[in-house]
Design a protein around this ligand. Structure first.
Ligand SMILES: [Zn+2]
Length: 188
């Protein structure tokens, strides 16, 4: 069943889906075991990903399907009408670019930023099949391989300056005579 969204209903939906505030919500469809939201960005211009200059000259439009956070245990899909803009900035190597919705979309991603964050947290806690089962319980279908890929793509955590480095060799099979040892010093 398809529901056309009025302005008042959109305000209620923004309460439930605050990450969609930057969009015009046109339709919500109840598909039984999932929910589909049809929307389009509210901003009239978008920034080129290369030079950062905003453009309002529309080159074309296309539909982008995004997997979003589940609602009430049901998967949610956002069908977003995305515009492609001209970039007329002198010296910019980009001719046209697709707009991104702040806090919602990223280039070449089929999941919203929110869903991606949840899956990364799941993958870091329990990667593999256990993570896939946990995600399913949260209303998100994802394979164990995808969870592993998400972890691999995460940037390495930043560490401060290493001032003391220790090595514990106790019980190591390579030096059975050594029960404990450590190396300490200032990193260079
Ligand atoms: Zn540009």
């Amino acid at each position: 069943m398809v529901y056309r969204v009025t302005d008042g209903e959109a305000r209620v939906l923004y309460l439930l889906f605050p990450h969609l505030r930057g969009l015009h919500l046109d339709q919500v469809e109840d598909l039984g075991d999932s929910v589909r939201i049809v929307a389009r960005p509210a901003a009239e211009t978008a920034a080129c990903h290369e030079c950062g200059i905003f453009s309002g000259q529309v080159h074309g439009r296309y539909l982008r399907r995004l997997h979003d956070l589940a609602c009430g245990g049901r998967p949610v899909t956002v069908e977003l009408e995305v515009r492609r803009f001209w970039c007329r900035t002198d010296g910019c190597k980009v001719r046209t670019f697709a707009e991104q919705a702040d806090g919602l979309t990223q280039r070449h991603q089929q999941r919203t930023s929110g869903l991606r964050g949840v899956l990364e947290a799941v993958a870091l806690a329990v990667a593999g099949r256990a993570g896939s089962r946990l995600a399913a319980a949260l209303g998100v279908l994802v394979s164990r391989c995808t969870l592993i890929r998400l972890v691999r793509r995460l940037p390495d955590p930043e560490f401060g300056l290493v001032t003391v480095l220790g090595v514990d060799l106790s019980g190591g099979p390579w030096q059975p005579s050594v029960t404990s040892a450590s190396v300490a010093g200032t990193a260079v």
